[in-house]
Design a protein around this ligand. Sequence first.
Ligand code: PXP
Length: 240
Amino acid sequence: MLSLGVNVDHVATLREARKIDYPDPVQAAVICELAGASSIVAHLREDRRHAKERDIRLIKEVIHSKFNLEMALSEEIIDFALHIKPAQVTLVPERREEVTTEGGLDVLKVKSKLQEVIPRLKDKGIKVSLFIDPISSHIETSKELEVDSIELHTGRYANAEGKNREEEKEKLREMSVLAHRLGLKVHAGHGLNYRNVQPIAQLPHVEELNIGHSIIARAVFVGLERAVKEMLQLMNPAHT
Ligand code: PXP
């Protein structure tokens, strides 16, 4: 079975649109888990535009599945993660002006920082994943850094059309094979929705998809439980 990690950031985005206390991403996390999600994902951004420390603490406390904290290489957030100890940290790049995480982490550029941060996280029993573009040198460097997994950025695939989309899919397939051969677990995500998820779900060696915006958006119309279940059915048609 291909696992689904649901990113609940956009429940917090809706809350922050009014700066009040609902809807609560913590309640959303519980519903996602009950609907079959294997993990819950939240991104504590430096500008706190959606999830806040309180959300991260409570999600970690109430869910029984894996909690995957997305974060940038910021000392303040690293200290927070070392204190909270999520099951997994996914290191992502972050730019304040971006609407969402736009590209993968340039692991070559920040290699020395990663060499310092990854052992600190692993010493606390936290699994480490790197959100990277499907580029062979980035996968080889991730292996050198001894992370548990990589998450392949599917944004370019999601935004491409026709032949270009096929090319992006092929890149993801080849890089998934390479990562698996090197002994890395392969996850994927970003920009996946109910129309484009299936070819990615069929890629070899991909064990987990992390999906946020499309599920929360669909939940507005059909409810969160159904939105999660429908995504799981598309990802695992043989099991439903
Ligand atoms: N994976 C990572 C590492 C991300 O940064 C995000 C966006 O927060 C996602 C998956 C989910 O992307 P989307 O909201 O487009 O499904």
